[in-house]
Design a protein around this ligand. Structure first.
Ligand SMILES: Nc1ncnc2c1ncn2[C@@H]1O[C@H](COP(=O)(O)OP(=O)(O)OP(=O)(O)O)[C@@H](O)[C@H]1O
Length: 278
C-alpha cells in the first residue's frame, strides 16, 4: 500500500478567485491542525497535465489545486476542452498527472504502481458514466452486486437493502436492464457504485443519456445518497440544472479553476457559465 501523505485541508487547496464569495467548510482553529471535517475526500495539489510534447503539447491542466469535501456533492463545470474530464480522470487514478499530487483520503495516489491503482479503484472509488454499462443478461440485483462478487468481497445485506431503498428499486430487482427505463438503469448503475461504500463516487455526465424527468430522478437519488448516507460525489456536467443539485460547483477554463459557487441554483450557474464564455 502507499504511504500516508500529508493531507491538505479543504481550505488549503480551495481556490480563492477574485470577486467570488467562498464559504469556508473549515472548522480548524487558525493555525491549528486540520480536523477530520477539513480533510477532503480527494484533493488535487498544483496538478498539471500535458498531453503530447513539443509543438503538439496540449496543456490540459495548468496547476490545479482543489479539495472535494467528505460527504459533499460537488459539480465540475466549464467550457468544452477546459479540462473537466482530464481532472476527473486524474482524481480517480484513471490517468496520470504530469506534475503535482493527488491525495485520496490518507493516501497519495500519484506515484502508485499500476497494481496499487487498480486496487484503489476497485476498493475505494466508484464510477457512474453516461452509458449505464449494465450487463444485459443479469438482473438489476445481480448487476448491483457483480463488482463486489468479482472482488471477492462479502455483501453487507443490511447496507444493500438501505441502498436499494434510497434508490427506490425495491420492486425492480429481478428485472433485466431491457425491462427498465433509462432512469431506472442509471439508478442501478448508481446503486452498483454505492453498495461498495467507496470513499468517492465520480460521475461523468450521469444524466447525459436521460430525458429531463429521468435525469431529475437520478440526480435526486445522488443527492439523497449524500444527505442520507454521507456519500462523497464529484460530478462532471454541462447542465446547469444538474449542477444545481450539488452543494458546490467549481468552474474550469483553459485548465485552471477560475470560479466556484456554493449552494448553486440553475440561474446562478448559467450566469457564471455565460460570464466564462461557455
Ligand atoms: N488523450 C488526449 N490526447 C491529447 N489531448 C487530449 C487528450 N485528452 C484530452 N485532450 C485535450 O485536453 C484538453 C482538455 O480535454 P478534456 O476532455 O479534459 O476537456 P473537457 O472539459 O472534459 O471537454 P468536454 O466538455 O468537451 O468533454 C482538450 O484540449 C483536449 O483536446
Amino acid at each position: 500500500m502507499a504511504g500516508r501523505a500529508r493531507i491538505p485541508s479543504v481550505e488549503h487547496v480551495r481556490p480563492r478567485p477574485e470577486g467570488v464569495a467562498v464559504t469556508s467548510t473549515s472548522t480548524s482553529p487558525p493555525g491549528g491542525a486540520p480536523t477530520a471535517a477539513t480533510v477532503p475526500a480527494v484533493a488535487a495539489v498544483e496538478v498539471t497535465k500535458v498531453y503530447g510534447s513539443g509543438d503538439a503539447a496540449v496543456h490540459a491542466l495548468r496547476g490545479i489545486s482543489v479539495g472535494f469535501a467528505k460527504g459533499a456533492f460537488t459539480a465540475i463545470m466549464g467550457p468544452s476542452g477546459s479540462g473537466k474530464s482530464t481532472l476527473m480522470h486524474c482524481l480517480a487514478g484513471l490517468d496520470t498527472v504530469s506534475g503535482g499530487r493527488i491525495v485520496l483520503g490518507d493516501a497519495e495516489i500519484t506515484g502508485m504502481s499500476d497494481r496499487q491503482l487498480t486496487m484503489l479503484r476497485r476498493d475505494r472509488v466508484g464510477f457512474v458514466f453516461q452509458a449505464f454499462n449494465l450487463l444485459p443478461t443479469l438482473t438489476a440485483e445481480q448487476n448491483i452486486l457483480l463488482p463486489m462478487e468479482l472482488a471477492g468481497r462479502k455483501v453487507d445485506r443490511f447496507w444493500f437493502n438501505q441502498v436499494v431503498d434510497v434508490v427506490g428499486l425495491g420492486d425492480r430487482l429481478r428485472h433485466r436492464p431491457s425491462e427498465l427505463s433509462g432512469g431506472q438503469q442509471q439508478r442501478v448503475a448508481c446503486a452498483r457504485a454505492l453498495v461498495a461504500r467507496p470513499d468517492v463516487i465520480f460521475a461523468d455526465e450521469p444524466t447525459g443519456n436521460l430525458d429531463s424527468r429521468s435525469g431529475a430522478e437520478v440526480l435526486s437519488f445522488l443527492r439523497s445518497s449524500v444527505r442520507e448516507m454521507g456519500q462523497t460525489i464529484v460530478m462532471v456536467t454541462h447542465d446547469p440544472v444538474a449542477a444545481s443539485y450539488a452543494d458546490r460547483v467549481v468552474f474550469l477554463r483553459d485548465g485552471q479553476i477560475v470560479s466556484e459557487i456554493v449552494q448553486p441554483t440553475p440561474d446562478t450557474v448559467l450566469d457564471r457559465l455565460k460570464s466564462l464564455g461557455a
